[in-house]
Design a protein around this ligand. Structure first.
Ligand code: SAH
Length: 466
């Protein structure tokens, strides 16, 4: 470690900024946020600084830097464009053991300013030790997006209850359990959902009840069509805090790999015609795990509420009084649309889109074929591979032209994505001697012809050798 990361209290302490330009403006702003008494020394001040002097937010001396400016100062920032002045400030400050930062010149600094993710009172600082401010900024952007903005509010809530909880739970283990439940469970989720009052009431009740055993709940999470980049932030967060992951075949390995490493994983199958566990047993398994006090992530392919039987799982949970939340995922048709370059609607070709199940039951599909055969619309069939002849046949029979473009897309958004393009009349021929890997979607509509022009996704290039 080259630098010691510390958070410094500068409230009401004198902070000197040497320089009066735009860089100084940013540093002054930061110091003011931390409550410092800011004094600026510079022959000229940009209007923003002048305005702060006028309003009394900061003080200034309009002249060149002099050693006497360091008198009584707790911290100095040199932000002039004159290297000699910056070097002098650094040298004199260091001789007096005053922490000094020279903007963009790590060699002259006794401390560096990190990139900050501010969720006050939670603060995260990122530093590359001056090696690359741009890299620090990029990391910061990642952290900004991964840490819910509500963390600050969560920390404030927790802070208000600290003493109460300390008094209620004398044993440190019990106290830790209690806080882990609060920070990773229902109460934190209430804060993230903006329900601060309910969260406070729940915390109040939890302290009063003195409960330190784990409370289980179920997260019904949409894992998207395959590419892990398509997960939502919420999905990722819950995948990483769950104790158990209950998943099936549609969830890609790359997505599964992002789950908490030491979480128990339970595979519940859903192989075509070979359901590893019947749906009722999956429903009861979720209830059982949650009642054991576990946080269960029921991870499903695509979106849980699109042909995912998520509704049934939730019905059972609700009936059994188990807490749950649902996280949307990118459904296969939406992922396929982008990654295959087939817009689902288009002003010139298609005014609506229908997602429909092409699951065969006793060799047929009970669908409203005359509605699906209307022109100027896109129809996406899920689970339709086996029923492909039935689909083509019925659409043509009910009046859709046999020239209507059609695509069969396998394993959309994954390294093995592949498109087979034809028409209602030719598709069966197109795929005749092809090896097609599940899962697949079937898209019918004029928009399919845009694929040639719009396709951008090259699995090999995108995923490298994976
Ligand atoms: N809940 C899922 C759908 C479950 S039904 C979702 O929202 O996507 C299962 C069907 O989804 C499969 O038979 C297939 O038609 C489709 N599917 C799921 N992932 C897919 C993918 N990556 N590529 C193509 N089709 C996919």
């Amino acid at each position: 470690m080259d630098l010691l990361p510390i958070f410094m209290n500068v409230r009401d302490r004198r902070a000197l900024v040497v320089g009066g330009g735009e860089v100084a403006v940013r540093k002054v702003g930061l110091l003011l946020e931390a409550g410092a008494a800011v004094h600026v020394v510079s022959p000229v001040l940009v209007p923003a600084l002048q305005a702060q002097v006028d309003s009394g937010a900061i003080t200034s001396r309009r002249a060149a830097f002099e050693p006497a400016d360091l008198e009584g100062v707790a911290l100095v920032v040199a932000a002039t464009d004159d290297e000699a002045v910056n070097a002098l400030v650094s040298e004199l400050a260091q001789a007096r053991h005053i922490p000094v930062n020279v903007v963009d010149n790590p060699a002259l600094c006794s401390f560096v300013m990190p990139s900050i993710i501010d969720r006050s009172p939670v603060q995260i600082a990122v530093s590359t030790g001056g090696a690359s401010p741009v890299l620090a900024r990029l990391l910061r952007a990642r952290l900004e997006s991964a840490i819910p903005a509500a963390y600050g509010r969560l920390a404030q809530l927790v802070e208000r209850f600290r003493d109460k909880v300390k008094a209620r739970f004398k044993d440190t283990n019990a106290r830790r359990n209690f806080w882990e439940n609060v920070l990773q469970g229902e109460i934190a989720e209430l804060v993230f959902a903006g329900k601060d009052e309910q969260a406070q009431a729940a915390l109040e009740a939890a302290v009063a009840a003195g409960k330190d055993e784990k409370v289980g709940e179920v997260y019904l999470v949409g894992g998207g069509p395959g590419d892990p980049d398509l997960l939502t932030f919420r999905a990722l967060r819950l995948m990483q805090q769950a104790d158990v992951i209950v998943h099936d075949r549609l969830v890609s390995k790359q997505v599964l790999d992002l789950c908490r490493r030491d979480a128990e994983r339970i595979y519940v199958g859903k192989e075509r015609d070979n359901h590893a566990l019947p749906q009722e047993q999956i429903n009861m398994l979720l209830v059982k795990l949650a009642k054991e006090g576990k946080r269960v992530c029921r991870l499903k392919g695509g979106d849980p509420f699109i042909f995912g039987r998520g509704g049934e799982e939730i019905e059972t949970l609700a009936a059994e009084g188990v807490n749950f939340q649902v996280v949307p995922g990118i459904t296969a048709a939406i992922g396929m649309s982008s990654y295959a370059g087939i817009p689902l609607t288009h002003r010139d070709y298609s005014q609506s889109v229908t997602f429909v199940t092409g699951h065969l039951k006793d060799g047929s599909m009970n669908l409203n074929w005359s509605a699906l055969a209307q022109p100027n619309q896109t129809v996406v069939f899920y689970m339709g591979l086996k029923g492909l002849p039935v689909i083509c046949d019925n659409l043509i029979k009910h009046g859709r032209s046999s020239d209507t473009p059609m695509a069969l897309v396998q394993q959309a958004t994954t390294p093995r994505q592949k498109e087979f393009i034809g028409t209602l009349g030719t598709m069966l021929k197109v795929i005749e001697n092809q090896e097609i890997k599940a899962p697949t979607l079937i898209v019918v509509g004029e928009v399919v012809q845009l694929h040639k022009q719009f396709s951008w996704f090259e699995p090999q290039a995108y995923y490298g050798d994976k």
